[in-house]
Design a protein around this ligand. Sequence first.
Ligand SMILES: NC(=O)c1ccc[n+]([C@@H]2O[C@H](COP(=O)([O-])OP(=O)(O)OC[C@H]3O[C@@H](n4cnc5c(N)ncnc54)[C@H](OP(=O)(O)O)[C@@H]3O)[C@@H](O)[C@H]2O)c1
Length: 238
Amino acid sequence: MKRAIIVGASSGIGWELAIQLDRAGYQLGLMARREDQLLQLRQQLTGAHIVQTVDVTHCEQAQVQLQALIERMQEVDMVILNAGVGLREKALEWDSQCAMIDVNVRGFCAMAVVSMQYFEARGEGHLVGISSLAAHVSGSMMPTYHATKAYVSSYLEGLRARVGRKRLSITITTVEPGFVATPMVEGNPPWMASVERAVAQMMTAIMRRKNHVYVTRRWRIVAWLAYVTPNSVLRKFL
Ligand SMILES: NC(=O)c1ccc[n+]([C@@H]2O[C@H](COP(=O)([O-])OP(=O)(O)OC[C@H]3O[C@@H](n4cnc5c(N)ncnc54)[C@H](OP(=O)(O)O)[C@@H]3O)[C@@H](O)[C@H]2O)c1
């Protein structure tokens, strides 16, 4: 049996990943702050899954909790780092900036390092990081969010270089979604995918051990446009 941990399983993309991985026969470790949500999720699943609360902003404590969960599961093939916060920044307020940096950068990195240390000691593994298309372009509405996701994508690229250089049998998959219909997204932005469809595409890339995937696939065009369009034009839209 394959075993995976999802950090940020209590809602949205993480919740749906749990449903689709359960269907694929994985035993899961489900992590997030809201235990009631995780228990409700577990009730909907068929396998014998483990719930472990975590607040990734309490980095050192979260690292101990992740290590303990790995030990409890005995073997873990994959860790999916999905926990994330996206807040609008109409005013530049430190509180919301700090909340995003704490979860998307500090928390992400704290969980990634524990996962990588485990996989390196084990000799194999699969780390999946949920970044965002926002990594490729900045914008006036959420400058901090874009910057945190650029960190996530860049850090994962660095880890991929590290495992390549050390010839380790570890896969690093960077997932960069566009808009996905979850509680994080307000309104009805263009090209919004249902969470079921978005996660089905993530699952295909994860099972094929891809290095990188845009979700849905059409967002690769936007990523390309972000690099070829002059800033003076981009600034009119973002
Ligand atoms: N939806 C989109 O359009 C979209 C697009 C691109 C990228 N993404 C990325 O996809 C990921 C999932 O987002 P989503 O759309 O599914 O949002 P969501 O429904 O709000 O889910 C966010 C998840 O992160 C967890 N989380 C937040 N703060 C945490 C903390 N301090 N400690 C532990 N877990 C924490 C939440 O659990 P608790 O609140 O229970 O702790 C929840 O499970 C994020 O990284 C997001 O940046 C989303």
